[in-house]
Design a protein around this ligand. Structure first.
Ligand code: AMP
Ligand code: FE
Ligand code: FE
Ligand code: ZN
Length: 285
């Protein structure tokens, strides 16, 4: 069984439509794929309609969160959520708030770039998102199209980096509240790419323990952005804390170099997620 539990479609910042993403999953030989777009469930119903026979689709999401350390500025952290009730009012309201926050913040980044003389137009960036959840990858694509940078990766390394003077932060969900909300909605919260130092600052073990106290059920161990040492540490922590371990590609279509199924989850760990999720069920034949 080949299982990839973290992918993004064009409903957020991937480039494949949900249907194309599922076709790519099947072509890569996956038996199970989770659709985990940022802060939205908009891909769930197109995915249900386009699901190829034999492929199990796990409804999911990646919630934009923050961890508040005692003596440092807040840190961006991502929380995967599986099999939650899409109609749970509290979680639905928080997703909607985050999408609005993304629009306000994206417009401010675009204004900063335009003010510095870069030829980007906010309306065109929103168009690129195709009515989906706007993120920095859409601004990056606009910078590539305008010939300012050579690639989306280059944009992230320079103008859109969190250290760039043009960067604007978003008011993401307190991760402890996020964990509680996902559980309240019957979902399974898993800490995404928790030690990926290539993405910026990362939390320490104390933060992970606090998340577990709030109801966290799993850690994403095998992720393309984790080094072998980071994976080993997360695996140890998962064993010590009795958490589910996942492995996933974090596929974004052409917006990232990682192919779908680049990392995968063990069947027994996937079974633990299915057993814990009560808000909805995986889509199967
Ligand atoms: P945002 O959510 O708007 O802050 O943008 C961050 C998103 O951009 C993350 O979810 C990543 O999936 C994506 N991302 C981060 N680094 C890169 C990169 N080098 N190339 C493409 N996408 C990236
Ligand atoms: Fe993303
Ligand atoms: Fe993420
Ligand atoms: Zn992701």
């Amino acid at each position: 069984m080949s299982i990839d539990l973290h992918t993004h479609s064009s409903v957020s910042d991937g480039t494949d439509s949900p249907a194309a993403l599922l076709a790519a999953a099947a072509a890569a030989g996956l038996d199970v794929v989770a659709l985990t777009d940022h802060d939205t469930t908009a891909g769930w119903s197109p995915a249900a309609e386009a699901r190829p026979a034999g492929l199990v689709v796990v409804p999911g999401m990646e919630l934009s969160c923050r961890w508040f350390p005692a003596d440092e500025p807040p840190m961006s952290v991502h929380l995967l959520a599986y099999l939650f009730d899409p109609e749970h009012p509290g979680l639905a309201a928080e997703r909607a708030r985050l999408r609005t926050e993304r629009l306000t913040r994206g417009e401010r980044i675009a204004a900063n770039l335009a003010g510095a003389g870069y030829p980007v137009v906010w309306g065109e960036i929103v168009e690129r998102s195709g009515g989906g959840v706007v993120g920095r990858p859409h601004i990056a694509q606009a910078l590539v199209a305008a010939g300012v940078v050579e690639s989306v990766d280059h944009a992230f390394a320079t103008l859109l980096n969190h250290r760039s003077p043009h960067y604007v932060t978003k008011a993401d969900t307190n991760v402890l509240d996020g964990v509680r909300l996902v559980r309240a909605a019957g979902g399974v919260p898993v800490f995404a790419h928790g030690l990926a130092t290539s993405r910026g600052r990362v939390v320490g073990d104390a933060a992970i323990r606090a998340m577990v106290e709030a109801g966290l059920l799993g850690l994403e161990v095998d992720h393309p952005d984790h080094t072998p040492e980071q994976r080993a540490h997360l695996r140890e922590l998962a064993d010590e804390l009795g958490l589910i371990r996942t492995g996933s590609s974090d596929y974004h279509g052409a917006n990232k170099v990682t192919p779908i199924a680049a990392c995968t989850t063990e069947p027994d760990q996937y079974a633990a997620i299915v057993a814990a999720g009560t808000g909805c069920a995986p889509l199967t034949d």
